[in-house]
Design a protein around this ligand. Structure first.
Ligand code: PHE
Length: 357
């Protein structure tokens, strides 16, 4: 039995891996192993012999088993040490420049617009996308019978019969935020409001959801000249071109008087759009002097305060600046499109650092 013990303990000590160890276990203490065979011999022994040999065999079995499990965990430790030696990572290395997420062009353009107007002293205001028809229409001097309501292809929220709450709509423009801002902050006032708006319309340049940025400036002596300067300054900064040329075209909105739509000079030579040169004009925004009724609806005295407002199509600006031909692709969530037209999330646009590097 001493020979058995010496043989297996030295084999266990020399085992190189878990497979070798398992082979030793089977040969020694497995069901048909040497120790088991010896145990079987106990039956043929005299009771006296058995009393001596039984405990000895059991002790041998225990000893071999504990040597096996000690060796097993030693092998596992060694394997782990080896892995730790080879699989290391230098966490002080700079990260790889793989671009995973990117900013959607609309988010990018929204940041650019906000940066420009912030520099001119406008703060950002917000309003709900689901609003009452009073904020979206009546307060903006668009009464119930007004054709503009029909023209805007409004989405009305469902109302059960007998529901007496005011009708709600998906806002058709950001102009209701004019009223909400006047109510909240009074005058003088200088805000922009970027955000989503909704109209039932769908083609290459129209989607049921799109984005506008509203602008509103109220004070005692604000004139159309200020509006012109602000918009020209904005376009120069936004398109990063010094000689942008704008055309103010007389127009009509119920909430401004006088009203102007603004076109930007551009060319389509060779199918590529160029801003600031050529013989074409592209409409980019609506604007005007805020109607006295609208100022009064916002709770401000129109005999004391006056000002201008404008509404710019953000998606339209993004298409123009970054040469994106189809508006519908903005909302397809196609990863290939997003990778191509997306912007680095870490380069925040600023006027001094550059808007769109
Ligand atoms: N709300 C107008 C539209 O969506 C744009 C506009 C805003 C015009 C402010 C004038 C003043 O078409």
């Amino acid at each position: 039995m001493d020979d058995l013990k010496a043989k297996y303990l030295s084999q266990i000590a020399d085992a190189a891996d878990e497979a070798a160890l398992e082979a030793i276990r089977v040969a020694a203490v497995g069901k048909k192993g040497e120790v088991a065979l010896k145990m079987r011999e106990l039956g043929k022994m005299t009771p006296e012999e058995r009393q001596v040999m039984g405990p000895k065999l059991n002790a041998l079995k225990d000893e071999i088993n504990s040597a096996l499990s000690a060796k097993k965990s030693a092998l596992a430790d060694a394997a782990l040490d080896e892995r730790l030696r080879s699989e290391w990572l230098d966490v002080t290395l700079p990260s790889r420049p793989t671009r995973r997420g990117s900013l959607h062009p609309i988010s990018q353009v929204q940041e650019e617009i906000t940066a420009i107007f912030a520099e001119m002293g406008f703060s950002v205001a917000e309003g709900p996308r689901i609003d009452t028809d009073w904020y979206n229409f009546d307060a903006l001097n668009i009464p119930g019978h007004h054709p503009a309501r029909a023209e805007m292809d409004t989405f009305y929220m469902h109302r059960d019969a007998g529901d007496n709450r005011p009708p709600h709509v998906l806002r058709t423009h950001t102009s209701p935020v004019q009223i909400r801002s006047m109510e909240k902050m009074g005058a003088p006032l200088r805000i922009i409001c970027p955000g989503g708006v909704y109209r039932a319309d769908y083609d290459q340049t129209h989607t049921p959801m799109f984005h506008q940025v509203e602008g509103l400036a109220l004070d005692k002596d604000i004139s159309m000249a200020n509006l012109k300067w602000v918009l020209e300054e904005f376009c120069r900064s936004f398109f990063e071109i010094d000689d942008v040329e704008l055309r103010f075209r007389a127009s009509h909105f119920p909430f401004t008087e006088p009203s102007a739509e603004v076109d930007i000079r551009c060319s389509w030579d060779g199918g590529a759009l160029k801003i600031g040169e050529g013989d074409d004009w592209m409409e980019i925004l609506g604007s005007g002097m805020v109607h006295p009724k609208v100022i009064a609806a916002g709770g401000i005295d129109p005999d004391v305060y006056q000002g201008f407002a404008f509404g710019i199509g953000i998606d339209r600006l993004a298409m123009l600046k970054y040469g994106i031909p189809d508006l519908r692709a903005f909302f397809d969530s196609d990863l290939r499109w997003l990778r191509h037209y997306g912007f680095s999330a870490l380069d925040l646009p600023t006027l001094h650092g550059g808007l769109s590097r």
